[in-house]
Design a protein around this ligand. Structure first.
Ligand code: FEO
Length: 393
């Protein structure tokens, strides 16, 4: 598929993909592994595809170009979903130079144990390919230490690897040809789940790139659609997302054994809404909802209200797993509240509050406990807890 007269998309659409990073990330809409072939006086391949599609990738690439005519390969990021087809490709063109960062060399060697013709590059290094230059920009921790972006002059294209990506599959290739709401949702989910821990690096890198005053006509990420229409919109969104992002939203997440904690959750939500008609309240049972979708909602929230029944003096395992995951997210500037029903000991709200505090949440308010099945009075307490949450600006 042509990007323009000189750049062709030679990637792979993976419509089947439903889980990514092992079982860690849900991909309801599939994904794409974007690889780009640039033809100028020199021909350049930017990134490849995931290893299972290596043979198919090389066969398709041969329809576009005699592999021997590929002068340079650029690997912006060595994770296997982008470098995985190198094994197949390098069997055919073993001496072709591979441009990547020094960390990229380390990472590629670590993955494939091959002494290919690596050319390490740093920020500002240029590779002239005829009418165009490729300018390399290291983008450490966006989201791996090896990551870099490649900017192409003349066509003003930023090849941004995972940055600005979305796990979204379509045959259409460009953002202006697909449903905007769908890719915007996948873009924020991608940021929330993959890039949040590195938000400081994201902000600094974008400021650095903006200070170069490079004209920008397209952003070509390595997953999902190419940002052709209004490419700066996603850059502006990233600037917001990396800066302790929150909307006027409160998310309630719980797990429940016999519905008592669920009833508390719903009553807390009613209390919040009774006090503040404008705030968006969303409720998820974490044992039924998709973990990555829930994390996206927590990312958008100003407060998280988390509940669990008490079991064996502890909390339910799905709640514990979610807390473990969000610890790694390093969310900032979000309040946390806890609740849960119990029969005998009732430790869950205290444990949740302590753990969320360790995860960086602001957890100043004592959790709400409810003994046995909440009746009228106890449900009223949940309602009032919600009112208090909405009042605690
Ligand atoms: Fe899409 Fe970090 O690989």
């Amino acid at each position: 598929m042509r990007i323009n007269d000189n750049v062709t998309w030679v990637g792979k659409n993976d419509w089947e993909l439903r889980k990514f990073h092992g079982d860690e990330y849900s991909t309801h809409k599939g994904s794409t592994y974007n690889s780009y072939l640039i033809k100028d006086e020199k021909n350049v391949l930017i990134d490849t595809v995931w290893m299972p599609f290596g043979k198919e990738f090389v066969e398709n690439l041969k329809k576009e170009i005699d592999l021997k005519d590929i002068d340079y390969i650029v690997i912006n990021h060595a994770e296997v979903d982008h470098s995985g087809a190198l094994i197949e490709l390098m069997r055919e063109i073993p001496d072709t130079p591979i441009y990547c960062t020094a960390m990229g060399v380390k990472s590629l060697k670590g993955h494939y144990h091959q002494d290919w013709n690596y050319v390490p590059v740093k920020t500002g290094d240029k590779l002239n390919i005829g009418k165009r230059d490729l300018v390399f920009i290291e983008a450490r921790m966006l989201h791996w230490p090896d990551t870099m972006f490649t900017y192409m002059t003349e066509d003003n294209i930023l090849f941004s690897t995972d940055g600005f990506g979305q796990h979204f599959c379509s045959e259409k290739l460009f953002n202006d040809l697909v449903d905007k709401a769908e890719i915007d949702q996948e873009a924020i989910k991608y940021y929330a789940n993959i890039l949040t821990p590195f938000s400081t690096f994201v902000g600094k890198k974008i400021e650095e790139i903006l200070s170069l005053n490079l004209p920008l006509d397209m952003i070509c990420p390595s997953h999902g659609m190419i940002w052709r229409e209004n490419p700066t919109e996603i850059v502006e969104k990233y600037m917001k997302w990396c800066n302790d992002y929150q909307e006027n939203q409160i998310t309630i997440v719980y797990d429940t054994m016999w519905d008592s904690t669920r009833r508390m959750a719903e009553e807390i939500a009613r209390g919040i809404t009774s006090k503040d008609k404008d705030v968006e309240v969303k409720i998820f049972n974490i044992s039924k909802a998709d973990k990555n979708d829930v994390i996206t909602e927590i990312f958008k929230s100003k407060a998280l209200v988390m509940g669990s029944s008490t079991i064996n003096n502890g909390i339910l395992s799905k709640v514990a797993a979610l807390i473990e995951e969000i610890k790694g997210m390093k969310f900032k500037n979000k309040k946390a509240y806890s609740f849960g029903s119990y029969g005998w000991s009732g430790e869950a709200p205290k444990i949740i509050a302590e753990e969320l505090e360790k995860a960086g949440f602001i957890s100043e308010v004592k959790g709400l406990k409810s003994n046995w099945v909440p009746d009228g009075e106890e449900l009223k307490n949940s309602f009032e807890y919600g009112v208090m949450i909405a009042s605690n600006k």
